[in-house]
Design a protein around this ligand. Structure first.
Ligand SMILES: [Zn+2]
Ligand SMILES: [Zn+2]
Ligand SMILES: [Zn+2]
Length: 297
């Protein structure tokens, strides 16, 4: 069986591979209980289902797999990854303590998978949060998961020569700090940044980070204002895609081409490939990330 997306099956000498396991906001698409046009007619829309944002980093030589974020759709995402890149039990790297990014950890506990000492990389506040709050504390105490400390700005060596560097991102940090990740492999690099309040407060700046990578997956939660009827969009802290493509319009085409939007809310019309909004993103020289896509690292 030939793998999707036209790439050849990854032999042991192939480059490490990143696999997009989800591109939606924390609630996925369609979102539970949504009867509005965005999800209510999902069956007639081009896209039928998307998982919350997550990406796997895979090494063909060792068959090791690392997944950034453990979403509520972890079971489906793991079986998607098994189809695209079968390998060892994956380790995890977590960005922050919002429900779409870590609550899939429950699957590792004794009631479900009963895994032993799954390595989970975390920044300090997230580590303390998981150690001190149930049901995560039980996963730590039972040694279903083994928390491994990361520090912002300090790279971690994964398998196959892939290095991952967490950086702090300004975001609503109620329970933990928030990280974005730069992944550098032998042949390629990427930035994974699903959640941010605004580009202005990021340091180093987004333009500097774009200069360091071949691909960048950036917060595209909402397309424009007015997307959430009855709610004040200015009170919701995410850069709008319209504002982001305006900001990035001053960059060269070769930089804009690196940018793909992820973490799309169910209300975001750009989630549908044929939509006007999706076309506007392409006209701006950027793209919307596609679940299942693969990138050589
Ligand atoms: Zn999120
Ligand atoms: Zn909806
Ligand atoms: Zn968040």
């Amino acid at each position: 069986m030939s793998p999707p997306n036209g790439l050849t099956e990854a032999g042991p000498d192939a480059s490490p591979l990143a696999v997009l396991l989800g591109t939606a906001q924390d609630g996925g698409y369609p979102q539970a209980g949504c009867e509005a046009r965005c999800c209510g007619h999902a069956s007639s829309n081009e896209i039928s289902s998307l998982y919350p944002s997550s990406i796997a980093l895979c090494d063909p030589a060792s068959r090791s797999r690392w997944i950034i974020d453990c979403t509520p759709a972890f079971p489906s995402q793991l079986s998607l990854l098994d189809k695209i890149f079968p390998g060892n039990h994956p380790g995890l790297i977590l960005s922050h303590a919002h429900v779409g990014h870590y609550t899939g950890l429950v699957n590792l506990g004794n009631e479900i998978m009963g895994r032993r000492r799954v390595p989970v990389y975390v920044l300090p506040r997230l580590k303390a949060f998981l150690q001190n709050n149930e049901p995560w504390k039980e996963l730590v105490d039972n040694e279903n998961i083994e928390l491994r400390s990361m520090s912002a700005g300090e790279p971690i060596e994964l398998d196959g020569g892939v290095r991952i560097t967490p950086r702090l991102v300004p975001h609503r940090d109620e329970h933990s700090e928030t990280a974005c990740f730069q992944a550098d492999g032998p042949t390629g690099s990427l930035l994974w940044l699903p959640d941010i309040d605004s580009w202005e407060e990021l340091s180093p700046g987004i333009e500097d980070l774009l200069g360091e990578v071949d691909r960048a997956f950036l917060d595209g939660t909402f397309f424009g204002s007015g997307e959430l009827p009855g709610r004040d969009m200015s009170a919701i802290s995410h850069p709008l895609i319209l504002d982001s493509i305006e900001r990035f319009s001053s960059l060269g085409a070769e930089v804009r081409r690196k940018i793909s939007f992820i973490h799309l809310n169910h209300t975001n019309p750009a989630i549908q490939p044929g939509s006007e909004e999706s076309q506007a993103i392409e006209q701006a020289g950027c793209s919307v990330a596609r679940q299942g896509d693969r990138i050589e690292l």
